[in-house]
Ligand binder design. Structure first.
Ligand code: MG
Length: 218
């Protein structure tokens, strides 16, 4: 796959696979047991936005930012081992897994799906594409996020409960991963309520930073 352009995976990928509760620090903060397997959900590809666009908050939604390493799948993955998974990574991006939290709590209690909470338009802002050579050690990279210039979220991918390779292998035994699909690998703690008028700035190690303003959905 030629993944030198951001547009390639935003247009080519058929799905965005999210991993929930994947940072040990988050489990500790929320006093939660470690899940036995990766917690997987989907976001629609219609939720993608790139820099220059705004995050739009639907009416009545309370939204948090989750700053995450995104992994772009490079080749078809079906029933792959972790070793094969490492060779199937096409590249990376920094992503914000924007999440509605007020309704989500109720929906979770009622056993309802998370789809609207995770899948609203603009809920997947992504950075430019990062090649594998630009990020030689994805299992040890810092993530950070500032809201209105104030640091609220920091973490390192070494704190992941399930590594990128483990997640890819696990998912591939159930759902084929295809070139251009994106995996959102989970968020360290530090999510806060954001609102129209706020600006989110997030960074991936020394590699890049990105900025997204927030507006109300019109
Ligand atoms: Mg997330």
């Amino acid at each position: 796959m030629d993944t030198t352009q951001l547009a390639r995976f935003m247009n080519l990928g058929k799905k965005i696979v999210g991993v929930g509760l994947n940072y040990r620090a988050l489990l500790i903060e929320r006093n939660l047991q470690a899940p036995p397997n990766p917690v997987i959900f989907l976001k629609p590809t219609s939720s993608y936005i790139a820099e220059g666009q705004s995050i739009e908050i639907p009416e009545g939604f309370v939204v948090n930012q989750e700053t995450e390493l995104g992994v772009v799948v490079g080749k078809t993955c079906r029933n792959i081992t972790e070793e094969e998974a490492r060779k199937s990574i096409g590249g990376y991006c920094l992503a914000l897994d924007m999440t509605e939290v007020k309704h989500l709590a109720t929906w979770r209690q009622q056993g309802m799906p998370w789809s609207l909470s995770k899948g609203f338009d603009t809920s997947c802002p992504v950075s430019r594409f990062v090649s594998c050579s630009e990020l030689p050690d994805p299992e040890n990279v810092n993530l950070w996020c500032k809201v209105n210039g104030k640091m609220c979220q920091t973490g390192n991918t070494s704190d992941m409960l399930f590594s990128v390779a483990t997640v890819m292998s696990y998912v591939s035994k159930i759902m084929t991963l295809e070139p251009g699909d994106l995996i959102l690998t989970g968020s360290p703690p530090g999510m806060i309520d954001v609102k129209a008028g706020d600006v989110i700035e997030a960074g991936l190690g020394d590699v890049l930073s990105m900025k997204f303003p927030i507006v109300d959905r019109k």
